[in-house]
Design a protein around this ligand. Sequence first.
Ligand code: FAD
Ligand code: NAP
Length: 546
Amino acid sequence: MSGQTHGSSEELTALKSNVDVVVVGAGFAGLYMLYRLRGLGLQVQVIEAGSDVGGTWFWNRYPGARCDVESMEYSYSFSEELQQEWDWTERYATQPEILRYINHVADRFDLRRDVQFNTRVRSAIFNEATGRWTVTTDKGQIVNTQFCVMATGCLSAAKPPEIKGRDLFKGSTYHTGLWPHEPVDFTGKTVGVIGTGSSGVQTIPEVAKQAHQLFVFQRTPTFSLPAGNRPLKEAEVQEIKQNYIDLRKRAKVSPTGVASYPLPTLSALEATPQERDLAYEFRWQAGGTAYTRTYKDIMLLAAANETAADFARRKIQSRVKNPELAEKLTPRDIYIGTKRLCLDTQYFETFNKDNVSLVDIRSTPIQEITEAGVKTSVAEYKLDALIYATGFDAITGAILNIDIRTSSGLTLAEKWRAGPLTYLGLMTAGFPNLFMVTGPGSPSVLSNVIVSIEQHVEWISDCIQHLTANSCAQIEATQAAENNWVAHVNQLASATLFLNANSWYMGANVPGKPRVFMPYVGGVGRYREECTAIANNGYTGFDIKK
Ligand code: FAD
Ligand code: NAP
């Protein structure tokens, strides 16, 4: 079924002016939210800045882009027919394949007719007198709605770096998260890439295949392991499909939302060095970010983490021929896994190529972008094209880009000035009827995000159904419940090594952003249990009004 063509987003409907629910975003979250709400018979308006569905997979079209959770798990589980009819072709699907899948979903469930594309939501204002939200778009359109759902994505606000002279460069400039729709040909070009996180690690080997010369500007070396990508065999796909319902059930109660990841029970510190090497080698060969789940304490204890980091460092060094270069590419001062572990295809090996040069911008910092290229403290690199693989204003960026406020003057930006505050990552006190999908304080980016999206969407639609069935108009998180949740999220995080990293999980990649560990580390299964119990107990911690 993959490869099917899809309907066009040009077939736009007029923006409805009065609805039950406005959903912002038409990625995996927004589309499933629409599907569920429609099933409740509600009037829904989805508003999407892009010209078509797909979210992450619409915007991130850079060469080499693919998922790092296996395709058979990184997909919707809500429809047995859908999961049976769709055939993934690779262990980790490429961006075009995932985008075809999302388009197929949009067509199959006839979702496009309620999506307004090419339209950005600028503000959402809650009127305390009427109990309704007024949503305003960049085109000046206004929608009046009872509920608002922010399905705006954790990694959708692309962030260029704060480097002097960015607008001066006369060559072509790209950001991995805002990649052009037409293919970009780097053949014969001298290209620079700034950034060596997941996006850089995927794009660098592909650009190196075409470019005459590639300069990689690295600030922090990256822990990355081979993805072990390969075509999926028909027999294995069929076997998974035969047991799909069971696999999905296991994913939902697992810590990471991935059924195939191990549940570690042993401590790294109790194993002998030989046992550890065998265990790490096994997970290394298996591929996948489950490497940091080889032992139960890798993300908790520095000494345990060091054993995993040490093995990974040795692997990196074995992949790069020049020992001096290998050392520059080896992370030394960061706990493995505290920045998102990358999966690659020939990333480190790419630096063995004659046309690829590493520029260590930690020892020779970039001073400015010039008309000709990138100028560091020791040299100017003349470039035809410059790629920013510099990441996102993650988790809160897209939500805070919208002016969210109440008629009495409370603004979300002000409320979250010192860091995001939520109850369950689903709602925030003071803003009734405003839901977030994978909001801060939920497992979101620490999980197979589609599993977390489905859980949130189902919780939100069940909640709205509950309100409607009980003739209630309004729900709001209480301040006390929010305070307790925030304390709980922080307490769980403080028992881990995550707080030590300058990661986007911590907001550290955005100057001025509060340093708070934003996701919930307690695991998908445990989190789901808490959310379900709260709903089953009549929405404990929420104020519900007629
Ligand atoms: P998004 O897909 O980000 O969609 C949000 C949409 O909201 C966007 O289309 C955006 O245009 C729109 N929007 C935002 N603000 C506004 C506004 N004000 N007005 C109108 N529209 C707005 N997760 C995994 O679990 N596994 C992976 O392998 C994986 N790979 C990834 C690879 C890349 C390159 C990136 C960047 C992320 C990856 N992720 C992965 C995380 C990924 O973001 C989620 O898996 C998932 O796609 C998020 O879906 P979403 O619908 O929540 O958000
Ligand atoms: P990222 O992880 O934040 O990496 C950004 C890179 O740019 C880092 O190397 C960073 O260096 C560098 N950088 C940022 N600002 C800089 C500056 N001013 N000067 C020099 N270097 C700068 O962003 P990303 O790679 O786009 O990935 C974000 C997340 O998206 C991932 O963690 C993952 O969750 C998701 N993703 C997943 C995949 C996948 O494999 N499926 C692919 C892409 C993205 P420092 O480390 O020094 O800050």
